[in-house]
Design a protein around this ligand. Sequence first.
Ligand SMILES: *[C@@H]1O[C@H](CO)[C@@H](O)[C@H](O)[C@H]1NC(C)=O
Ligand SMILES: *[C@@H]1O[C@H](CO)[C@@H](O)[C@H](O)[C@H]1NC(C)=O
Length: 264
Amino acid sequence: MDCFDPFIFFLLLIRLQASGQAPGDNGGWGLESSLSDEGRCNVDIRDVNSITHAEFIHEYAYTKPVILRDITDNAKFRLLCTKTNLLREYSDKRVRLSTANTHSYRKVDVQFKDFVKFLLNPQSEDTLGSDTLYFFGDNNFTEWHSLFEKYKAPPYHLPYTSPAYSFGIAGPGTGVPFHWHGPGYSEVIYGRKRWFLYPPDEAPEFHPNHTTLSWVTHSYPNLELWNRPLECTIRPGEVLYFPDRWWHATLNLDTSVFISTFLG
Ligand SMILES: *[C@@H]1O[C@H](CO)[C@@H](O)[C@H](O)[C@H]1NC(C)=O
Ligand SMILES: *[C@@H]1O[C@H](CO)[C@@H](O)[C@H](O)[C@H]1NC(C)=O
């Protein structure tokens, strides 16, 4: 589906302006190879004026995903995450990459500048997830502390959990195929990230070494209507909450900078 939808494009312009970014500004991370297909959104979206902490706990925390819009202002953190700023601060630091399959086995350490220069590429549809190196999590909190301390995590805590951050950057078409773990939040700082979710007792059919892009292209179109996932694209200023053990797969539509807050 390679269609240009002027309506969606118009909405995108509005949202970028609303979040204080110039249209087309992606923090210098580029928008050349962005995917245009957005699809539908059937996840609840609540903004800061339409939900309280008590409602979040009651309606979503243990029940279903929700997107929280404009719940925190991360404009300062966003500025620190431009390509120029991150390269200035972290060029020579080593980052740990994992293969992008369901059971990420292989880890590879590279210098941040080499990751940005050689590995932050658009994903082609036939590359295996198990052959793709993905930068997300495994962050050295000593080295990245001064950045992470500027991040404002979503304010709604779950009882008996403590938050832990995972930070990442990835190219258009990349993503992590279906997997599950404990509850948490995912926020995009730059770029758009598309989400596909299934409840814990409705495991989707997928190949653990194939990418989300391949699943979206080959498996998704054959799904019966009743078997379609919850899905939505999140943009800067939006945070997706996923409850405990929900299956999820992600697809970065642009070169994306993102941070998750896992509630373990
Ligand atoms: C994290 O960074 C510090 C400071 O550069 C370094 O001493 C430490 O070995 C690193 N930790 C890991 C697990 O790589
Ligand atoms: C997935 O890839 C890993 C690493 O290459 C391999 O060991 C494993 O057998 C593969 N799994 C399947 C189901 O093909």
